[in-house]
Design a protein around this ligand. Structure first.
Ligand code: MLT
Length: 323
């Protein structure tokens, strides 16, 4: 009897939070919704590497591709809410997909908990070097004259590159065939090889290739020029005001993840984006770094909800949907 009681006390103590392993006590899985080598993956690796130092545990990248991130977010929603599976996403995966995909069996806002807002970057209008246009007006004339021969890459319906292409079509009145990829990492390689001719692509993906002379750039789809490449005119300066899409990123966890874990992950993300070396790498790719206040889970959640209301109205009006 005495031995049994002693055993019960020991078992209760072992299960008590005081004796539980401090979080994190094993590697953290980070779900990335697009292919390796693309902009979301690059952000995940830069931020994840520094966050893992802060947390004292490895962050393991898990690229779960397809359907513009909606397969990855489904996997995240179904993961155990214990802080050992988190996900990175962006305006497309965590806002636009909620309005476009009519058959998602989860709710991007209610079934995920925001951890931290991450940097944002503008889209650039880029083509293969084989496209003869010298500026954006010439490019639009070229597209109008060659509509049946030109194709452009996207990372699927709802991705940043897809909504960029829709904004480009809307404002310029031109159109070309859209080719979906599992991420803009592979798409930009096909653009360099002229397998496709055009992309409205995140600066972080295209800038290194523009600098290497492997792609042509016509405009930055933003109100202001980007400090990372100040010579590129805005779409308004290049003659087509109104094509302005900024792709912001963020980290989320499954609903039910304990508050202390969210706060610990948030603190690691905030410390990461204060690191001068991390900032330099991201800014060089055209990324704007949010303030610690903007990164807080509550502020980020409110921002995501506001973005959802804005984009749902735009998408419903445009009638874009996947059944
Ligand atoms: C990617 O990582 O491939 C991109 O974020 C895709 C996109 O949204 O255009």
């Amino acid at each position: 009897m005495l031995r049994r009681t002693a055993f019960a006390v020991l078992a209760a103590l072992a299960a008590s939070p005081a004796l539980a392993q401090p979080y994190p006590s094993k590697p953290i899985n980070l779900i990335v919704p697009f292919s390796a080598g693309g902009p979301t993956d690059v952000m995940a690796r830069i931020v994840g590497e520094r966050m893992s130092k802060e947390l004292g545990q490895q962050i393991v990248i898990d690229n779960v591709t397809g359907a513009a991130g909606s397969i990855a977010m489904g996997k995240l929603v179904r993961s155990a809410p214990d802080g050992y599976t988190i996900g990175i996403g962006h305006l497309g995966t965590n806002v636009v997909n909620g309005a476009i995909y009519k058959n998602l069996n989860y709710d991007l806002i209610e079934d995920l908990v925001p951890i931290a807002l991450l940097p944002s970057n503008p889209l650039l209008v880029v083509t293969s070097t084989q496209v003869p246009a010298k500026d954006l007006k010439e490019l639009v004339a070229y597209l109008n004259a060659n509509a049946d021969k030109v194709s452009g890459g996207t990372a699927g319906m709802g991705s940043g590159s897809h909504i960029g292409a829709l904004a480009f079509f809307e404002v310029t009145g031109t159109k070309y065939q859209l080719v979906p990829y599992r991420g803009t990492g592979p798409a930009v390689q096909d653009l360099i090889a002229n397998q496709i001719q055009i992309m409205i692509d995140q600066s972080s993906n295209s800038l290194p290739h523009i600098r290497a002379g492997k792609l042509k750039v016509y405009a930055v789809a933003a109100k202001q020029r980007t400090a990372a490449a100040p010579d590129i005119p805005t779409t308004a300066e290049a003659g087509f005001p109104g094509i302005e899409v900024t792709i912001w990123h963020g980290l989320w966890a499954p609903k039910g993840t304990p508050r202390e874990i969210i706060d610990k992950l948030n603190a690691a993300a905030v410390a990461t984006l204060k690191d001068p070396e991390v900032r330099r790498k991201l800014e060089d790719l055209g990324q704007d770094i949010p303030t610690p206040a903007q990164m807080q889970p509550a502020a980020f959640g409110a921002f995501q909800r506001a973005e959802f209301a804005k984009w749902k109205a735009i998408i419903d009006k445009a009638g874009v949907k996947v059944e």
